[in-house]
Design a protein around this ligand. Structure first.
Ligand code: FES
Length: 106
């Protein structure tokens, strides 16, 4: 079990008991006011955009080029914090991860 601290689009902070071995997006998409994840995790829509807490940002695996290209076009892009949650595989090392769901853009 991996614990997440998520601030949703309504500004509410919720604690989530998540599963490792699947993506961050898959763990949070059913929450209220969460990501839309329209493409289902194919790195093609950017509707799974999250802002990682600065204390955690450097502890995640680096973005791949495909993720960077897609997310950097977002109006809510923050270079040091923006990630596509479908591109982050959740591991036990990420227990306690804090992040905010980025505002909806469409
Ligand atoms: S779910 Fe579409 S890019 Fe992540």
């Amino acid at each position: 079990m991996v614990r997440l601290v998520v601030t949703n689009r309504a500004g509410q902070q919720v604690k989530v008991e998540a599963s490792s071995g699947i993506s961050l997006m898959e763990n949070i998409r059913e929450l209220d006011s969460s990501v839309d994840a329209i493409c289902g995790g194919l790195c093609a829509c950017a509707t799974c955009h999250v802002h990682i807490d600065p204390a955690w940002a450097n502890r995640l695996p680096q973005r791949q080029e495909e993720e960077t290209l897609l997310i950097s076009d977002s109006a809510n892009y923050i270079a040091e914090q923006s990630r596509l949650s479908c591109q982050i595989q959740l591991t036990k090392d990420l227990d306690g991860l804090e992040f905010t769901i980025a505002p909806e853009e469409f």
